[in-house]
Each structure stands twice: as C-alpha cells, then as structure tokens.
Design a protein around this ligand. Sequence first.
Ligand code: ADP
Ligand code: MG
Length: 261
Amino acid sequence: MSDHNIVAIANQKGGVGKTTTAINLGAALADAGYETVLIDLDPQGNASTGLGILPEQRERTIYDLLAGPETLQDCAIPTQIPNLRIVPATSDLSSADVDLSQTADRTRLLRRKLESLPQGSIVLIDCPPALGLLTVNAMVAADSVLVPLQAEFYALEGLSQLLTTVKQVRRTANPELRINGVLLTMSDYRNNLSQQVEADARATLADLVYPTVIPRNVRVSEAPSHAQPVLIYDPSSKGSAAYRAFAAEFAARLKLVPEEA
Ligand code: ADP
Ligand code: MG
C-alpha cells in the first residue's frame, strides 16, 4: 500500500456529480481529520467556486502546477474547512490541451508534482468532462479512479470508454492504476429508472459499486451557490447524510486509519 492516496474523480460525461462528489468527499474526509488536497482540474473551476474561492485568490492555479516550476505547496490554498486545501482552477486551463501538447512527458506533468507528498495525504482530483490530456494527467498521477455514475438511462454506456482509457494508462504510464469504485449519484427512488440503473450497475460491476447511493436532493444543488459543501450548508439534509456515509465507505476502502484510533 502506498503511503498516500491519490484518487482521480473521473467520468467523461458532464453533470454526473464529479465536482459535487469532490467537494463533499473532500469536506467529509477533512472533517474526519485527514489532511486532504482537492485539485480542481476543470477549466470551469466549479470546485473552486463551490468552495468559495474568490477569483483574486486564484493567483497560483493548477495551470501553474502543470506548466510552471510551482510546487503543490505553492499552489494549494486553505479553504473554509480545516484540513482541506484546494489547488484552484481558472479558465486559463482551457488552453492546456493545446499549450502542453508539445511538452515532453506531457502526460506526467501532474504526477511529477505529486511525487513528494507528505505521508498519509489524500489528494482528490476533480477531472473535466472529457478524456483528454487533463484527465490522462490525473490518471497517470493517481493510485485509483473513482467514477460517479448518474442513475439515468445511458449511464453504463460511457463507462466502457472510460475503462478503455484506464487500461491504456495502465499499459503505458501507470501500471498500478486501479478502479477505486463507482458511486451512483442523483438517484431518485420514486423513479423506476433509477432503481433499474442501480440494479444493472450492481449486476455488472458487483462490489465496485459503493453500497451508499447519493439521492437527488435539492439542498445538494443549492449548496454551490452559497459557496459551501452541502455538509456545511445543510448538515441535516439527506444529501449530507449520504455523502457522510459514502465518505466512511471510501475511507474504509482506502484502508485509512482514523486519527483517533
Ligand atoms: P460534474 O462535475 O460531473 O459535471 P456536478 O457535480 O457539477 O457534475 O453536478 C451537476 C449538477 O447537478 C450541478 O448543478 C449539481 O449541483 C447538481 N447535483 C449534483 N449532485 C446532486 C444531487 N445529489 N442532488 C441534486 N443535484 C445534484
Ligand atoms: Mg465538474
């Protein structure tokens, strides 16, 4: 087992809950005492905004980390949550694919900046909705990939494409890369389709699918406009309870040892 845990949160579909999961999993892990760094690898910067990082605080960003001499310590800034730091993103990142395409080792840019992480650190990487150079950088740097899957009709179809990319990364730059698991998100229990997708996912992917399912919950969707994780915006909401339960399962899967144990 490695002495740190780098997890890429990836799915090439947009709007499936990657950023929501990155923010709330990060908040829950930090709250449990784990030093956590969230890397916002999406040019839309939703994770940065959702955690209340103002534009003027985004002086050093993930773009600098990838393309410049900056270190993780230079770029990771505190959030409102103790133990949770973020490497913010701005729209500059949208040109990264082109800007970095001629760089030697362009798929290892993130990995080499994460090589000297302090022992026990957790890094969550919020990937953009594409399987391009940025997501490949996340997968090359990561120990494992967490896949949020929205409980809707085409959910499983995109998965094979994602798994192909994981296999390619394994064959080339990162043989150790594993699938951490699949998290079903935005499930609606009044809707038969959500139940059908969950049943299909469990039948196909078995134990890869986390026991906890994140329900569709209006408090979850409101939280980002208040620049807070739902865990802080409305700790007693169903969404908060689900993300807390998921974070405990995630920590157990990584075999993390609680601080107080
Ligand atoms: P991605 O990062 O994969 O594009 P997001 O996490 O940004 O997806 O989620 C897409 C949209 O769905 C956002 O507006 C978000 O607030 C909303 N959302 C995510 N999870 C839930 C949920 N469990 N309940 C309700 N809305 C959600
Ligand atoms: Mg996102």
